[in-house]
Design a protein around this ligand. Structure first.
Ligand SMILES: C[S@@+](CC[C@H](N)C(=O)[O-])C[C@H]1O[C@@H](n2cnc3c(N)ncnc32)[C@H](O)[C@@H]1O
Length: 274
């Protein structure tokens, strides 16, 4: 399949799925490869024929939607954010929880990929903060629409490349090397619930102290979708809670009741409902 054919096809299809074309600029190749394989399976000559099929068969849209899930992730992605969480945000949230007589900090990793994001949070808490806040337990809900990604998360075995941003001492403390791969030690897998949820349809109940929603909604969804998801996320946050989006992402302009925290990229504080 020619690149230009696929690009034209995506310009037509992505907005119909509620995605923004610009978000796919750098990852179009991945999506086109999947579509190419689908054309082969169906015996279709080109994306034009696939478009005709989509127009005739509404059920095929769901499959196309799944081809648009970008699954790039790694531990400690955007290290600066995790440093800020460790040094500033989590101690502050833990202090507030203690002042409110709460024993749990509730966190949500939305679009958790293969577990790299929630496990980074777990490792960070256990290795750096748990002993400072023995009265507090960190609970993490991790959601993703992809069964394959959730299976990877539950297996918790990783290639060296996905660990490259993680401090060496953390790799040593948290992983066991098995046949060239890295298996997360059992103790770092506790306190995390993995759930299959499409964020457009379902979300965990909350309320959350911390929500990580990075490199998904605010990259790939169109503005209507972004606003809708953001509104529903905000209803699941505690006043004073923290929302982290991707470092290259932007919130919709009138982001209700969130204020940007300039201490780290992509960090917002929820002021509470008006
Ligand atoms: C690019 S990865 C980002 C992973 C992680 N948040 C990070 O920043 O490294 C996006 C993840 O979102 C998941 N995803 C895509 N569409 C989704 C949806 N509608 N609802 C929930 N998860 C979705 C994908 O399966 C993938 O695991």
């Amino acid at each position: 399949m020619k690149g230009t054919d696929c690009r034209e096809f995506l310009d037509w299809a992505l907005p119909r799925l509620g995605f923004r074309c610009a978000g796919f600029h750098r990852v179009r190749g991945q999506v086109c490869k999947r579509i190419g394989r689908r054309l082969q399976t169906l015996g279709l000559p080109d994306p034009g024929a696939y478009r005709q099929l989509l127009e005739a068969d509404p059920g095929e849209w769901e499959r196309l939607d799944s081809f648009c899930r970008i699954t790039i992730c790694r531990f400690c992605r955007d290290r600066q954010v995790f440093e800020w969480l460790e040094q500033t945000a989590l101690p502050e949230l833990a202090g507030r929880a203690i002042a409110q007589d709460r024993a749990v900090l509730d966190c949500w990793s939305a679009g958790c990929g293969g577990g790299e994001e929630p496990y980074t949070l777990r490792i960070l808490w256990d290795l750096c903060l748990a002993s400072r806040f023995p009265a507090i337990r960190l609970d993490i809900v991790a959601t993703d629409a992809s069964l394959a990604m959730l299976a990877r998360a539950r297996r918790a075995v990783y290639q060296a490349g996905t660990l490259r941003e993680l401090a060496e001492s953390w790799v040593t403390d948290a992983f066991i090397r098995v046949q060239g791969e890295y298996r997360l030690r059992r103790e770092f897998r506790t306190g995390i619930r993995f759930l299959r949820q499409d964020i457009r349809q379902r979300m965990p109940r909350g309320p959350f102290d911390l929500v990580l929603c990075r490199n998904l909604v605010f990259t790939y969804f169109d503005e209507v979708g972004q606003r809708r998801v953001l509104r529903r996320i905000s209803r699941r946050m505690m006043a004073g809670g923290i929302l982290v989006i991707g470092r290259n992402e932007r919130m919709p302009l009138d982001s209700l009741n969130f204020s940007k925290d300039h201490a780290a990229p992509g960090v917002y504080r929820y002021r509470g409902s008006a």
